[in-house]
Structure formats: C-alpha cells, structure tokens
Design a protein around this ligand. Structure first.
Ligand code: KG4
Ligand code: ZN
Length: 336
C-alpha cells in the first residue's frame, strides 16, 4: 500500500509517502521557523496562510520526485487534530480534495498517535509499553497495548516540556524554537553552577509541572551581569535540561514499574533531545526494559508518522467520511 501523509498541525508543512513494502519513500518538511522566529513563537494566522501557500506545491514536488501519481496511491492520511485549528483545516481540506479527485479513502490521524507510532518507523515496537510524549504542546504518559489502544496515565498540569525549553531559551536570548539550542549549549555547560527545582518529583500521581522553571530561570538570569556570556547560557542550559530530564525520566520509569510493561518509548519533538535519549537508554538498560530511541527526524513534526499511522488504520479497514472535522483539542484515548 502507498499512503500519502499530510501534517499541518502547527508551523511545519510536511508531506510524506509511506510504502508498506519499502517504508518511508520520502518525507518533506517545509519549516516556517524564519516566519515565526521574529515573533518569538508561532503566530496561528501566519501559519495557516503559509500552509495554504506551501502545501499543494509540496505535494506536487513529492509525487513528481517519486514518479507517483494520485492514481497510484491507496489512501491519504491527514492530521485531524489536536493543533491550531486554521492550520489543521488547510491540511484536512487539501487531503479531502485529493481523495475526492482520485476517489481515495481518507483517514484522519490524531497527532499524538502519529508521534507515538513514529517509533515503529525506527524498529518494530514491543508492546505493551509506556510512552512519554513530549512536544511543544504536550507532555503526557500513555500506556499503549496495541495500535489504537491508548490510555493516558497522566500529563502536565501547566506548560509542556517543549514550552519550558522554548520559554527559558527566550530568556537566554536564544532563537525560537529554543529546544535544539539548549540541547547544543548544554553540552558545554558546567554541572552544579546553578540549581533549579524539580517540580512535583515527590508527588505520587503521574503529573508534571514546568511553568515554575521559567520563574526560577528568570531569577537566576536577572542576577547575572549583561550581556550574558556563552558560558552563562551554557551553564543555565545544562541545569535546565537536567531538571526537565530528571522529571521526565522519573515519571516514565515510575509508570513502567507500576504497569509492569516490558518496554518504554519516547515520542514528540523533545524526544530528539540528546540528554533525554541518553538518560532513558541508560536507565532502561539498568532496569532490563526494551528501549530504542526514535530517529530524530521522526521526533519533530513530520508527515511520515502520519502516513505510517494512516497505513495501520487503512489496513485494519478504518477510513473516515469526507465530512470529518478537524479539532483543536481532544485526548488521544477519547478520540475515535
Ligand atoms: O513535536 P513537535 O515538533 O511539535 C509539537 O507537536 O509541539 O515539538 C516541538 C518542540 C519544541 O518545543 C522544540 O523546542 C522541542 O520540540 N525540541 C527539542 C529538541 N528538538 C525539538 N527540545 C529539546 N531538545 C531538542 N533537541
Ligand atoms: Zn508534534
């Protein structure tokens, strides 16, 4: 089966072709970072307009490059939500139009399911598993017993982990999105120069809270002489990353212990973080749990994960009517 994937839930326009015989044939991402970077975050209206301009040329470029026509496809998978509603509507309407034109089945994908299943593009998933979903908009722990069988075990009470990276990076004067910059700078940081809180670490519930970290970082940064040196930035980045990774690892392995799963996984943009991947790899080995880090290109928003999730649904006989609506919010476990 050949599935075209479309992902426009936030600020990346992405299209991909998944072939069930050979895997991901192509995965194109047109980034809007330059457009939004100036504002320090994503401007929803600008994101929708840029998707509108970029999406169809990107689909043409993908199909031409693969020498594939619409008639060679077996279905179109599109992110239906959650995300920015205007941005989602551009992707979903385009997907519907392609399906209508070529008489193809449409399948709407929950963005978080796409992130989780991205692990299957790297290696076959071992289930049941506990998955830590960490992105710019989500931080949650999900128990997965099969495709389509997800139970949310807990989530952040306020900011997502990616937001904590991005907001504190902004305080350090780093460009948007800050996560990759913190990751890079932290490698040169001095352990122990600063100390930030690990919020809710003593709490027995599966919860996270990252909004307080921003205040802790601001207090430290405000007390440093200006301009900040690169060493100051690196030292703050080290401790910030360590505080976030401590909280994420603690909850992930606590949930795996409680649910007695043989495997743990990471999903979402923050899963590209080098320190998080290394710490989870180390701890999983110590506890005898299966863990393979997902390829970084499939961690941040991409359409390959959407096409791949679409293939799972289509081969199980699930498709959606062209009346399918997009949605800005809905937990994965309650979305059908
Ligand atoms: O999954 P994603 O591309 O979009 C959402 O669904 O939100 O995640 C984007 C988030 C941003 O907050 C970005 O800073 C973060 O992922 N991120 C990282 C890294 N790469 C991306 N955070 C920490 N370290 C990284 N290497
Ligand atoms: Zn995402």
């Amino acid at each position: 089966m050949r599935i075209l994937g479309i992902e426009t839930s936030c600020d990346d326009t992405s299209v991909a072709l998944f072939d069930s015989e050979s895997g991901v044939a192509a995965n194109l991402v047109s980034s809007q970072v330059d457009l939004h970077g100036h504002f320090g975050g994503v401007v929803p209206e600008l994101a929708s307009r840029a998707h509108l301009v970029n999406l169809l040329p990107l689909v043409d470029f993908l199909l031409d490059g693969q020498e594939v026509g619409l008639k060679d496809l077996d279905g179109v998978a599109v992110t239906a939500g959650p995300g920015l509603i205007g941005a989602l509507l551009v992707g979903l309407s385009t997907g519907k139009a392609l399906c209508m034109a070529a008489d193809l089945p449409l399948v709407g994908i929950h963005h978080i399911e796409g992130h989780i299943l991205a692990n299957g593009l790297t290696a076959e998933m071992v289930l049941p598993a506990v998955v830590l979903v960490v992105s710019g908009g989500h931080t949650e722990i999900v128990h997965m017993s099969g495709i389509g069988a997800y139970e949310r075990l807990g989530a952040t009470l306020d900011d997502a982990a990616g937001e904590a990276f991005d907001k504190t990076a902004k305080l350090l004067g780093l460009p948007y999105p800050g996560g990759p910059h913190i990751d890079r700078l932290a490698g040169r940081g001095t352990p122990g120069r600063f100390r930030f809180p690990r919020p809710l670490l003593q709490e027995s519930r599966t919860v996270f809270s990252f909004s307080g970290l921003k205040t802790a970082v601001r207090q430290i940064v405000d007390g440093l002489p200006r301009p900040l040196t690169e060493q100051d930035q690196a030292d703050v980045a080290w401790e910030l990353q360590e505080a976030i990774v401590d909280c994420l690892c603690h909850r992930l392995f606590q949930a795996a212990r409680r649910r007695k799963t043989p495997a743990v996984y990471l999903a979402g943009g923050v899963a590209a973080n080098g320190r998080l991947r290394a710490r989870v790899t180390e701890e999983a080995a110590r506890q005898g749990l299966h863990f393979v880090p997902p390829q970084p290109v499939f961690c941040t928003d991409n359409a390959a994960m959407i096409a791949y999730a679409g293939w799972h649904h289509l081969r199980a006989g699930h498709s959606d009517p062209l009346s399918l609506d997009s949605f800005s919010r809905a937990p994965l476990s309650s979305w059908k």
